[in-house]
Design a protein around this ligand. Structure first.
Ligand SMILES: CC(C)(COP(=O)(O)OP(=O)(O)OC[C@H]1O[C@@H](n2cnc3c(N)ncnc32)[C@H](O)[C@@H]1OP(=O)(O)O)[C@@H](O)C(=O)NCCC(=O)NCCS
Length: 431
């Protein structure tokens, strides 16, 4: 019988054996779940960079080598052969769909595309210039009010209706997004249209007029599919870990996804794609070709947005795919975007500069995705919303894992308290 691998831990003249857990790609982790019980110690890992918070079978990343796989399939193969809806199915259900499963999934998405008519009043009560991420978070959370049978806050019950809840979320998120866009501009709301594919239907709701149907060029639908597919999941990042944390309390899928949206909003996470374009626009407006900005980034005065990653210490494989797609799209659409020239120069300079090389800072997925979205006509303040649409399958799959795999354990990290020691209450007159 083979011996279970373990690590030896010595503390206070005592030795403790900690089991080693091994993943399917041979990555190893010390299981410290008994550490406090045995030794009175907890571990400290600021930012969780060294902490495995769960076991998951969805996505595999090897940051040092620039590897990303959904359910075992390399991202490069999915980008070449699949599309967003098929990849969403794969991420959520674990296998590529058969023809029949694919048709059923598409039918469910079509059936669930429209939002409850009363939600229009919700939109109307928000300020016209509300940030679309704030709106999206609010509306996705509100889905639990309009479809309460899909959000009972009892995982055993919610999982029975999981297929409907997942399709509701993935389909309605694009309707909500398009509606937010139309209403913020005082434009008539365009309803989803049966027969259109996922991305085409979204662009129809965004850009059609009651008197003029938007004709979606193939190249645009392809680019949007690619962007969404490349964002479909990314292991235990800030928003996905948030989704799992909220789900671990027993919360329903919509509440958990809404929390993910809030986490995604920040500029160090999903907000980076917007920050990249703002950075490129500022560089352009200042008449800089990028070299002054690089110098300021090295001095710590500016941050090169779209560069660096907590996990990838190599080229983000998604950035490679998206960089090429960006060139192709702009060429096919005949667009000459000066921001792309600046982005290319920043990339070439940074890849040769020792500051970036030593710190292993490479372009990430956000570096070029914004330029593609600009070309498609997506406004800047909606870039992060597009990321959220793409990431929805990953959040759904992670929620499902929490709700179904093993005995659910509420996420509850500990802390090292560094505040005041115990002291007596001081009456107001003595303060
Ligand atoms: C993504 C990110 C938050 C990862 O952070 P992290 O792994 O915690 O890395 P750190 O912030 O500890 O940075 C390590 C070093 O690289 C530097 N660095 C990291 N990202 C940098 C960037 N984009 N531009 C300039 N310097 C950067 C830091 O200043 C630090 O330098 P130091 O060691 O001299 O102090 C960070 O790289 C970043 O802010 N990137 C820009 C935002 C972005 O594109 N986010 C989207 C991620 S998909």
């Amino acid at each position: 019988m083979s011996e279970t691998p373990s690590a030896l831990f010595r503390y206070n003249n005592q030795e403790f054996s900690l089991p080693i857990r091994q993943g399917s790609e041979a990555e190893q982790a010390i299981d410290i779940s008994q550490l406090r019980e045995k030794t009175g110690l907890i571990t400290f890992d600021d930012g969780f960079g060294n902490t495995g918070s769960c076991q998951s079978a969805i996505t595999y990343i090897e940051g040092e080598k620039g590897i990303l796989r959904y359910r075992g399939y390399p991202i490069e193969q999915l980008a070449e052969h699949s599309n967003f809806v098929e990849t969403a199915y794969l991420v959520i259900y674990g296998e590529l769909p058969t023809q029949e499963q694919r048709s059923q999934f598409s039918a469910l998405l079509t059936e669930n595309a429209a939002i409850h008519e009363r939600m229009v009043y919700l939109f109307e009560s928000y300020p016209r210039d509300a940030h679309p991420m704030a709106l999206l978070g609010a509306m996705v959370n509100a889905l639990a009010c309009y479809y309460p049978h899909l959000a009972t806050n009892n995982h055993d019950r919610d999982i029975i209706n999981f297929d409907d809840a997942a399709a509701t979320l993935i389909s309605k998120v694009r309707t909500i997004t398009a509606m937010a866009y139309r209403m913020s501009r005082g434009l008539p709301v365009i309803y989803p249209k049966r027969g259109l594919k996922y991305c085409e239907n979204f662009l129809h709701m965004m850009f059609s007029e009651p008197y003029d149907m938007y004709e979606c060029p193939d190249v645009v639908a392809r680019a949007l599919n690619l962007i969404l597919l490349l964002h479909a999941d990314h292991e235990q990042n800030c928003s996905t870990a948030t989704v799992r944390m909220v789900a671990s309390s027993g919360a329903n899928l919509f509440a958990s996804a809404a929390a993910g949206i809030c986490a995604l909003w920040g500029p160090l996470h999903g907000g980076a794609n917007q920050a990249v374009i703002e950075m490129l626009q500022a560089i352009h407006a200042e008449g800089d070709d990028g070299s002054r900005f690089i110098a300021a980034a090295k001095d710590g005065k500016r941050r090169l947005m779209g560069f660096g990653h907590r996990v990838y210490k190599n080229y983000d494989p998604r950035a490679k795919i998206i960089g090429k797609a960006c060139d192709d799209l702009l060429r096919e659409m005949g667009i000459n975007d000066p921001l792309l020239d600046i982005a290319r120069l920043l990339e070439q300079t940074a890849l040769r500069d020792s500051y970036f090389v030593e710190r292993k800072l490479y372009p990430n997925v956000d570096f070029y995705s914004g330029i593609i979205m600009r070309a498609i006509g997506i406004p800047l303040n909606m870039f992060t919303v597009m990321f959220a649409i793409g990431r929805m399958p990953g959040w759904v799959a992670n929620w499902r894992e929490v709700a179904t795999v093993g005995k659910p354990k509420i996420y509850r990290p500990r802390q090292i308290y560094v505040g005041s020691q115990v002291r007596d209450y001081v009456p107001m007159e003595k303060r």
